[in-house]
Design a protein around this ligand. Structure first.
Ligand SMILES: C[S@@+](CC[C@H](N)C(=O)[O-])C[C@H]1O[C@@H](n2cnc3c(N)ncnc32)[C@H](O)[C@@H]1O
Length: 234
């Protein structure tokens, strides 16, 4: 009998936004793993900390949380680390910031392990919902559309994908903020009321009109763009 691999979404930052299921499983599962980039602190672990009992086996996975591809072998090494207790019959929970399957590192671990071990994914509140709540900005209504894009795409791709869309959200803003601001201004999109949301649901949460933003943004920030033809009547 092998152990089961769990991908547990711990939400965008506020521990109260963790699900009851996440809290219950974290209190039960004997081995807890989390990305701890560059040997530093783990954001996912910090979010889940109030629910982690003392004495758990903890595995810090050397997976970077920054734009761009992970160093060669990072996911193989992390998957190998998880495979040891799983092969020995112990359940392992990987704590994931936000939702595990929404731009999450867990995707690459699950893809490497699912053929050998049973997997359960526990969804979490994702950053998009937390940013919308912080900005009190509806993401989609009636037959409206929502386009989600990473800021890491080049200008041509972003322009093509934003052209004619309804509401849009851009993640992984970080150092791309100045380029994004210029692009969205040139497209006439920024003056639809676009906002930049930093650290939604945790300390440092701030919502700033994109037009007022200067310089780079933190990695944990997103741009929300309301649709051009905002319909407000219910
Ligand atoms: C690799 S993705 C992970 C997304 C995460 N799995 C989720 O469900 O939201 C990281 C990006 O999500 C966004 N993000 C995550 N948490 C955030 C927060 N609390 N506030 C604002 N943006 C956040 C940022 O754009 C960041 O660059």
């Amino acid at each position: 009998m092998t152990g089961r691999l769990y991908g547990i979404g711990v939400g965008p930052g506020d521990p109260e936004l963790m699900t009851m299921k996440a809290a219950r499983l974290i209190a039960m599962i004997p081995v807890l793993a989390y990305p701890a980039p560059d040997g530093g602190a783990s954001l996912a672990r910090a979010i889940a900390a109030p629910f982690i009992p003392p004495g758990r086996t903890e595995l810090a996975l050397a997976i970077p949380i920054r734009p761009g591809p992970a160093p060669a072998g990072a996911y193989e090494a992390a998957a190998a680390l998880l495979a040891e207790p799983l092969a020995a019959g112990r359940d392992v929970a990987v704590l994931c910031e936000g939702d595990p399957l929404f731009y999450g590192s867990f995707i690459y671990l699950m893809e490497r392990l699912a053929d050998r071990f049973p997997v359960t994914v526990v969804p979490g509140v994702n950053s998009l919902s937390a940013c919308a709540a912080a900005a009190q900005l509806p993401l989609a209504r009636r037959d409206g559309t929502l386009t989600v894009l990473p800021a890491t795409l080049n200008d041509d791709k972003l322009r093509a994908l934003l052209n004619g869309t309804g509401a849009a959200a851009i993640l992984k803003v970080g150092r791309h903020a100045p380029r994004l601001k210029a692009l969205l201004a040139a497209m006439g999109v920024a003056d639809r009321g676009a906002v930049l949301v930093e650290h939604a649901s945790r300390g440092g949460q701030r919502v700033t009109p994109l037009a007022d933003w200067q310089g780079e943004a933190p990695y944990f920030s997103a741009v929300l763009i309301p649709p051009a033809d905002k319909e407000t009547a219910p």
